[in-house]
Design a protein around this ligand. Structure first.
Ligand code: GLU
Length: 320
């Protein structure tokens, strides 16, 4: 399709390297306090940035306002500080970035890469034939050629192609997805008027000049969508590293939904040493009892990216 020429993954992608040196980021959502899983992502991205002599930026992903918990953002910042993280520059708040997301959507609309969709959830579940890769159903493309007469646009979607979008993950190895098969045309502006996570992340990673995304592997299925968006918008594609995901004793990912306990600043040293061990680092047995400064100094000196395992070692990875 001609209109997809700008983000046709079959064509040789324009590789635009960031001219800046290494720039990483940590991007928590203020849906609750930080837990051990968030600490692992923070530690992995922070140490990778420092090991490259790079910058580490902080972005508060509060774009999904109904999910924000009052006080959680302030609590996250306080906890990161108490754990001894030092980020570069001011925090970027997604809730203040609406104009940038609107401009990106306008650009996609202008190129006929995005289209209005009238489908309700119910209609999609009645008409979809394939599951999507991360739950739900792959959008069957009902409104691709325009909304039916008398229907009004509820959301905006991005056209995707059937070709593989592939990338080489620094931890997980080669990954590939057919967006058409595994996701379908995906939402950029939701029916409730909020910009979707995928759009916000792509726009902000470009805006912040992020060269390296280091985050939990629970987000790996989103990466091809973000790469597709980067191609559609003419952005650079960062390098990706998806870290093993911490689980509880039932094998569930640590999250607010699975009631992961909040990190305790008074236990920061032990939690930090556990996060390092979780990331495959050869932590000396008594390191958790040392002061925070000493633990960070050890980590800066001994950090080995190559030691990070692809998957969590045991079922209960919370033990700290
Ligand atoms: N805000 C997302 C989360 O807390 C992370 C997004 C990202 O790192 O790209 O799960």
């Amino acid at each position: 399709m001609d209109s997809l020429a700008g983000c046709h993954p079959g064509a040789v992608p324009i590789i635009r390297m960031h001219e800046t040196r290494y720039r990483g980021r940590f991007a928590p959502s203020p849906t609750g306090p930080l837990h051990f899983g968030s600490l692992v992502a923070a530690v992995g991205s922070y140490l990778d940035a420092r090991a490259h002599g790079g910058e580490w930026l902080l972005r508060m992903e509060d774009v999904d306002t109904p999910r924000n918990v009052p006080g959680a953002a302030a609590d996250i910042l306080k906890t990161l500080e108490a754990f001894g993280f030092e980020w570069d520059g001011p925090v970027l708040w997604q809730s203040r970035r609406t104009d940038a997301y609107a401009a990106a959507l306008d650009k996609l609309k202008a190129g006929d890469l995005a289209y209005g969709c009238a489908c309700s959830r119910r209609e999609i579940s009645d008409s979809a034939t394939r599951p999507a890769i991360d739950g739900g159903l792959a959008y069957p493309g009902t409104c691709r050629d325009g909304v039916a007469h008398g229907r009004s646009v509820r959301s905006w979607r991005l056209r995707v192609g059937g070709e593989e979008v592939a990338f080489s993950d620094r931890v997980q190895g080669r990954q590939a997805q057919s967006l058409e098969r595994d996701v379908g045309d995906f939402v950029l502006l939701r029916a409730d008027g909020l910009y979707a996570y995928q759009l916000a992340v792509a726009v902000d990673d470009e805006f912040q000049g992020i060269s390296d995304v280091v985050r939990g592997a629970d987000l790996i299925a989103s990466t091809p969508r973000q790469i597709w968006l980067q191609r559609c918008l003419g952005y650079a594609t960062p390098q990706y590293a998806h870290l093993p995901v911490a689980t509880n004793s039932a094998g569930e990912k640590l999250s607010k939904q699975t009631r992961a306990p909040a990190l305790r600043p008074d236990q920061a040293g032990r939690a930090l040493a556990s996060a390092l061990a979780f990331l495959g680092q050869a932590v000396p047995p008594d390191l958790g009892g040392a002061g925070l400064r000493e633990i960070w100094d050890w980590a800066f000196l001994h950090w080995s990216f190559a030691a990070i395992p692809r998957h969590a070692a045991g079922r209960d990875t919370l033990a700290c």
